[in-house]
Design a protein around this ligand. Structure first.
Ligand code: A3P
Length: 307
């Protein structure tokens, strides 16, 4: 029996909560149709952790010699159009025939938890970037986002309801902690294949982390690129302020799996660290922090719970 945040229900599959016709179907399509190859770049995230931002940053970084910043594709297209979700891409392109002919490096994103991904992906010579974000900001961001997607005839989901579901682990691709820990442990096991990033650190030092990303892809910025300000151009192009002000991200919509329609503007809300302080009660903060401490205990992964 499923439990939901919207009208569609989530089903429990091998320890994770997935939508049957979106995520679960997507997972089956990946298993059936997709073969990862050397050079592929996968962006893997728990929803609302910075997927849109990282899509833009990675797309701009790996294509930096291909496009001019004044006519860049990200000025006219939402990051989700430049860098598709793998499961949605396969679903939307049935019968699938063009996966092998896509330009290299192939860029694909997915929210599918690490333990559910085909093991062949990790041994394929491709690389993974995971970005995590503190659970209190993820919860608030997700609660607002889910209410935007909720059919108008339904009453909005209260923060209390959203909080309970999140704490119980009932969340798209959740439990949140198991999702993060799956990729965290894998990043310790395969440090050259999985780069584990944090939203909060990237906000503080985008330059440091953008350089790390480029090095991880085997495309470090050259001294000439550094002196020409290429890194700063990419950071500025992909900043919340810039992307959210673009016409395409204010007025257009994105369709997923030929059915779910999301307004691009809903991918950009505040883009800040610590907005949970404006929403959560002290009881909620205490309980969520306690769950986080318990779940992460002994794993080596820590969060600065006060930011
Ligand atoms: P908030 O709701 O806290 O503002 P995802 O892309 O994984 O769905 O995550 C969405 C969150 O990332 C939202 O957080 C959104 O505002 C924020 N975001 C979107 N674009 C961003 C950018 N360019 N820089 C920083 N944060 C961004």
């Amino acid at each position: 029996k499923g439990k939901g945040w919207m009208t569609d229900h989530l089903v429990h599959y091998k320890g994770f909560w997935l939508t049957p016709f979106g995520a679960l179907k997507g997972l089956m399509l990946i298993r059936e149709h997709f073969k990862a190859k050397p050079g592929d770049i996968f962006l893997t995230t728990f929803p609302k952790s910075g997927t849109t931002w990282l899509k833009a940053l990675i797309f701009a970084t790996v294509n930096r010699t291909r496009y001019d910043f004044s006519t860049h594709p990200l000025l006219k297209n939402c990051p989700h159009d430049c860098f598709p979700f793998l499961d949605a891409y396969i679903n939307e392109n049935q019968p699938i025939s063009n996966l092998d002919t896509l330009p290299s490096p192939r860029l694909f994103a997915t929210h599918i938890p690490y333990p559910l991904l085909p093991t062949s992906m990790i041994y394929s010579g491709s690389c993974f970037v995971y970005i995590c974000r503190n659970p209190k900001d993820v919860l608030v961001s997700k609660w607002v986002f889910m209410n935007k997607l909720r059919p108008k005839e339904l009453p909005p989901l209260s923060l209390e309801e959203a909080f309970e579901l999140f704490c119980e682990g009932i969340s798209h691709y959740g439990p949140y902690w198991e999702h993060v820990l799956g990729f965290w442990k894998a990043s310790l096991e395969y440090p050259d294949k999985i780069l584990f990033l944090r939203y909060e650190e990237m906000k503080k030092e985008p330059l440091v982390y953008l350089k790390r990303l480029a090095e991880f892809f085997g495309q470090p910025f050259s001294p000439e690129e550094e002196s020409e300000g290429v890194i700063h151009e990419i950071i500025r192009l992909c900043s919340f302020e810039n992307l959210s002000s673009l016409e395409v991200n204010k007025t257009k919509v994105k369709r997923f799996n030929n059915q779910l329609v999301i307004e691009n503007r809903d991918f950009f809300r505040k883009g800040k660290v610590g907005d949970w302080q404006n929403h959560l009660t002290s009881e909620m903060i205490e309980r969520l922090d306690q769950i986080t401490e318990e779940k992460l205990h002994g794993t080596g992964l820590t969060f600065n719970l006060s930011e």
